[in-house]
Design a protein around this ligand. Sequence first.
Ligand SMILES: NC(=O)c1ccc[n+]([C@@H]2O[C@H](COP(=O)([O-])OP(=O)(O)OC[C@H]3O[C@@H](n4cnc5c(N)ncnc54)[C@H](OP(=O)(O)O)[C@@H]3O)[C@@H](O)[C@H]2O)c1
Length: 290
Amino acid sequence: MAKAIVFGAKGQLGVELSSELTSRGYEVLTFPRGSLDITNAEAVEIAIAGAAPDFVYNAAAYNMVDVAEKEAATALQANALGVRNIAMACRQSDVKLVHFSTDYVFDGTLGRPYVEEDVTHPLGAYAVSKLAGELFAQAYLDDPLIVRTSGVFGPGALRTARGNFPEVMMRLAREGKPLRVVEDHVASPTYAPALATKVIELAEGGHRGIFHVGGGEPVSWFAFAKMVLDAAGLQADLQPADAREYRTAARRPKYSALENKRLATTGLAPMPPLAQTVADYMESRKAYLT
Ligand SMILES: NC(=O)c1ccc[n+]([C@@H]2O[C@H](COP(=O)([O-])OP(=O)(O)OC[C@H]3O[C@@H](n4cnc5c(N)ncnc54)[C@H](OP(=O)(O)O)[C@@H]3O)[C@@H](O)[C@H]2O)c1
C-alpha cells in the first residue's frame, strides 16, 4: 500500500488531500499543526524519516496576507523555512515532495492569465515568503512538484478560523449587509476537492516541476461573489467596487488568474468549469453544517 504524509491536514486543501488519498487506498498520515509544526526542523525530519512515505503533500501555510506585513518573519518561518525543513527531510529519505504555492508570486500587471514560465514578482511579505518556499523546495530537491493555485474554496473552511470567500459573502448577505466587492481584481477561484484530485493525479503520473492548477476561469471577485450568491439562492445588495476603496496592508496583484498550461499537455482532464464547482461547493458544504 502506498503511503503519504499530509502537512496542514486541517486546512481547506489538507482535508481534501487526506480524504482523496484515503479513498485511493493510500495509508495517510495526517499532521495538523497541533501535532506537528513545520517550523520545527527536528520534528519534520523525525516524521518523514520515521514514516518513510512515498509522497509528502505540504498544504501547511501561513495565509494571512495582510497580517504578514506586520509579521513578515512569522510568514517566512512557515512558508519558506518550513518548506526548507520538509524539502531537506524529503531529500534525506528520498521522498517525493508535492508543495503548494500561489498566484501571488506574480505582480498581476501582465493583463492575461499567467503561465508557468512567466516571470515572478511578488508584491508583499506573504507573496515573498511563498516564492521563497518554492525556491527552497527547488534548492534541496531535483524534482519537487510545485503547484501554484488561486482563490481556494472548499468546505473544509467551515471548520477553520479563516473561513473562505464564499462563506464570508453568504454570511454578509444573510445579515442583510450591503456588499461592495472589487471588480478590478481578477483571479482563478479553485475548488479545493477538484484541486486535490488533480494534484494527486499529477503526482501519481510522475509529473514534476512547477504546474499551475487554478479553477481555469479568470473571474473578478465581484463576478465570483455573484455566482456564489446566485448558487446559494441568496438575495443581496451586491455592488461592484474599486480596489482603491479598500486600503489593505498588503499590495495584491490585480490580475493573477492562472492558465493551466502544463496541465493541458499531460492528457489529464482539465479542471471542472467554475459554475459546476460552485454548485458542487453548495452541496459539499451541507455535510459540514450537520
Ligand atoms: N486559500 C487561498 O485562497 C489560496 C490561494 C493561493 C494559494 N494557496 C495555497 O494553497 C495551500 C493550501 O491553502 P488552504 O487554503 O488550504 O489554507 P488554510 O485553510 O489556511 O490551511 C493551512 C493550514 O496550514 C496550517 N499551518 C499554518 N502554519 C503551520 C505550521 N507552521 N505548521 C503546520 N501547519 C501550519 C494551518 O493551521 P492553523 O489553522 O492552526 O494555523 C492550516 O490548517 C497553501 O500553500 C496556500 O498558500 C491558498
